[in-house]
Write a new protein. Structure first.
Length: 348
């Protein structure tokens, strides 16, 4: 599960036809909670440190994140890989979801906001239950064929739907998903049951969102105190992933304590150790970090320099494993079934 070679932000990995650095920079707050001038300082700092992978979405700030990136991209377009997403409602585009006409219109709108000629990675933000999957995938393929998009990805897809999509793409010769952006961190590991093994087998790279558990893996929260005012948890509604009842549970606090112990030994921060753990998981290409300030970004950029030992990786993982479920438990224990064999996607 873990690799022990020394990594760094300057290392790169393949994501389909793209080559990206080990940490991606999420820009959700840029132009909103992060003012434009601070956003540009962060982008400059990330680029200077060797990073090249920027992730945004049309819905972030109702288009403001993409618009904020545009002037900076005008001077740095050839130095970065730009990813954005489609599917959620945006005020300057009618409707929501993944109907073909809306996918095409949303792509054009993102190109316009970003001020670019092509989107490197265009991601489906979440499934659309009201649109046939094949219709969406065919429309996405058309964007690649038109030269508006270089590669495709998905986000927040369950394993069964991702497998269905991959089957349709392979069978019809449509442009494939090369990346999945799921929630994944030391305190949210549900994807290890099905999604992660499938992505490994299908050759789909993981670019996790929420790699610090919406700030929980910074060590700022306590068992015995209310969440700090202004923190993500303090303001989170019960339906959100960072809601208190979901994050502030004993097993997660134990994982933070373990990370703190390793961090003290390594002269690192809890956040750096949590990111290093994620970078050591086979199949993870580039976690997407989403700092709000330059100081927060500076504290994360060296996380890729921390190479955990196999023992440290196991210590961290011991507290938050997903629950044992049928048939995975039975097959693992009785058949020795572990990671799936590589899928032969050339057959259709």
């Amino acid at each position: 599960m873990t690799t022990e070679h020394q990594a760094s932000l300057l290392d790169t990995r393949n994501l389909g036809p793209l080559r990206v650095t080990r940490l991606g920079l999420g820009t959700m707050f840029m132009g909103g909670r992060t003012p434009r001038d601070e956003s540009y300082r962060m982008l400059d700092r990330y680029l200077e440190a060797g990073g090249n992978f920027l992730d945004t979405a049309d819905v972030y700030g109702d288009g403001e994140s993409e618009r904020t990136l545009a002037p900076w991209l005008a001077a740095h377009r050839d130095e970065v890989v730009v990813a954005t997403k489609v599917g959620r409602p945006v005020s300057d585009l009618p409707g929501r979801g993944l109907a073909p006409d809306r996918v095409r219109a949303a792509c054009d709108a993102s190109l316009r906001r970003l001020g670019v000629d092509v989107i490197d990675l265009y991601q489906v933000h979440l499934p659309d239950p009201d649109t046939p999957l094949a219709d969406t995938l065919e429309a996405l393929d058309g964007l690649v064929r038109a030269g508006k998009v270089r590669a495709l990805g998905a986000s927040n897809f369950p394993a069964w739907l991702l497998a269905w999509a991959v089957g349709l793409q392979d069978r019809n010769g449509w442009a494939p998903f090369v990346a999945l952006q799921p929630q994944y961190s030391l305190v949210e590991r549900s994807i290890e049951v099905e999604v992660l093994p499938f992505c490994r087998a299908a050759g789909i790279g993981l670019i996790p969102w929420g790699p610090l558990g919406a700030g929980f893996l910074t060590g700022r929260y306590s068992r015995d105190a209310e969440p700090p005012a202004g923190s993500r948890m303090a303001g989170a509604a019960d339906i959100l992933e960072e809601a208190r009842h979901r994050r502030a549970v004993e097993r997660n606090f134990r994982a933070v304590n373990e990370a703190a112990a390793i961090a003290r030994h390594r002269g690192a921060t809890i956040a750096q150790i949590a990111l290093a753990w994620l970078l050591g998981v086979e199949g993870v290409v580039a976690p997407i970090v989403g700092p709000r300030t330059l100081a927060q970004l500076d504290g994360l950029l060296t996380a890729a320099d921390v190479a955990l030992t196999a023992a440290e990786h196991a210590r961290l993982a011991a507290h938050t494993s997903p629950p044992e479920l049928y048939p995975y438990r039975m097959l693992a224990q009785q058949m020795g079934l572990g990671t799936l064999a590589r899928l032969d996607r050339g057959r259709s």
